[in-house]
Design a binder for this molecule. Structure first.
Ligand SMILES: Cc1cc2nc3c(=O)[nH]c(=O)nc-3n(C[C@H](O)[C@H](O)[C@H](O)COP(=O)(O)OP(=O)(O)OC[C@H]3O[C@@H](n4cnc5c(N)ncnc54)[C@H](O)[C@@H]3O)c2cc1C
Length: 371
């Protein structure tokens, strides 16, 4: 390998790739990131912008590490000191209550508080009459692309090279990832980390056999409500849409930061026409926040969640190929969890212990067949 070859090549300049790059470079590794478009071009720059508890014990540690990294991130990123609170609402209290009770039993620190229709309206006067709900003590709104850009800036400051407009594919020879292939030719690397969101499986296994991550496309619309809510608001029922057999659909959410609100969202396997879907999003939202019916949409965007088959990210080395690592599959909570996952993957690349927990280990979906 040439003395200028990076120790680590990272494919993908989203939150996962940029955070791994920053942590590795700050630990002294020579790092090169390949991003086919531009930093934060995927979901990492186009999401709803809420950092929220993942409601999964297997991910609580990753979430806490993420928050710790966000507290000290800098580079234009500021973590809100206190959560805004998430208000989960629905038309049928009987459907919401068992979910609330389960969250209360598993995560009492979120203080899930049941609210009747009057309490829902008192908490957020913009909500429609007659809704039931519960409040969770989590949810910090941040600008959608800020975290990814800040990690990219930290990676550059620590000496990492970020190549934009550079699509790359890992190349395996003799059971080892030794280089990446780009339009400019092949570039050697000591290790390759694939952090390419929903496009990760196709890069890792071109045979099509290994497919533990699939896209769930979401459309969101930005609006400026005259009386925006303080809480993030979510329609109850997202669990069904996120389960592997969940039907494609549409579920209301509203995240507000500095007076601007993001209305979400759809869940579909194919890339939607964002402009075409926006009116349906707003119509659905108006059932919960009536003022949405009369509020013009400022902009719309679509992006793909990298959904894993069991709802948890795939982190660390892939079995059967030395030097090939994955950081992908964060589904609806990649901005929230990306930095904590990146810490685990960077430590794995550097050969540090402890090992990645089996429920997050990329190896749990078996062996891939790389190019
Ligand atoms: C509508 C919506 C709202 C969301 N809201 C939230 C939220 O409020 N909070 C939250 O925590 N999460 C949210 N998410 C989820 C979050 O956005 C994702 O989980 C996260 O951004 C995934 O990050 P990533 O780095 O894994 O992938 P991506 O952001 O998709 O990045 C992958 C990158 O890889 C690049 N790439 C692909 N192939 C190649 C190649 N061959 N060579 C080089 N580069 C390549 C792509 O261009 C892309 O930039 C939301 C998602 C959606 C769809």
């Amino acid at each position: 390998m040439s003395p200028n070859a990076p120790d680590v090549a990272i494919v993908g300049g989203g939150i996962a790739g940029c955070a791994v790059a920053a942590l590795l470079a700050e630990d002294g590794a020579r790092v090169r990131v390949y991003e086919r478009d531009h930093v934060a071009a995927g979901a990492s720059g186009r999401n709803s912008g809420l950092l929220q508890h993942p409601l999964d014990e297997a991910l609580t540690g990753v979430y806490e590490t993420s928050l710790a990294l966000y507290r000290e991130l800098g580079d234009g990123f500021a973590l809100p000191a206190e959560p805004a609170g998430v208000l989960v609402v629905g038309e049928d209290a009987g459907v919401l209550e068992p979910v609330r009770a389960e969250v209360a039993a598993r995560f009492p620190e979120l203080r899930p508080e049941a609210l009747d229709a009057a309490a829902v309206r008192a908490a957020e006067p913009c909500l429609a009459e007659g809704l039931a709900g519960y409040r969770l003590d989590t949810g910090r709104p941040v600008p959608p692309a800020a975290a990814t850009r800040a990690f990219a800036a930290r990676a550059r400051a620590a000496g990492a090279e970020l190549l934009e407009g550079a699509a790359a594919t890992p190349v395996v020879a003799g059971g080892r990832a030794t280089r990446v292939r780009t339009a400019a030719g092949e570039a050697p690397a000591g290790a390759v980390v694939v952090a390419a969101g929903p496009w990760t499986p196709a890069l890792v296994d071109p045979t099509g056999e290994w497919r533990p991550i699939a896209p769930a496309w979401g459309v969101v619309a930005e609006v400026q409500l005259a009386q925006p809510p303080r809480h993030a608001i979510e329609e109850g029922g997202v669990e069904a849409l996120l389960s592997p057999d969940g039907a494609p659909g549409l579920l209301f959410s509203l995240v507000t930061r500095e007076g601007a609100s993001v209305v979400g969202s759809t869940f579909s396997p194919d890339e939607p026409d964002a402009t075409e879907l926006a009116p349906a999003l707003v119509r659905r939202g108006a059932r919960f926040v009536p003022a949405l019916a009369d509020t013009p949409v400022a902009s719309v965007r679509a992006c793909a969640r990298p959904m894993s088959a069991d709802g948890r990210p795939l982190l660390g080395p892939l079995p059967g190929v030395e030097g090939l690592f994955v950081a992908a599959g964060h589904g609806p909570w990649g901005v929230t969890l990306g930095p904590g996952s990146a810490r685990l993957v960077a430590d794995a690349v550097l050969g540090r212990s402890p090992a990645i927990a089996p429920e997050l280990d990329a190896a749990r979906f078996g062996q891939a067949t790389p190019a």
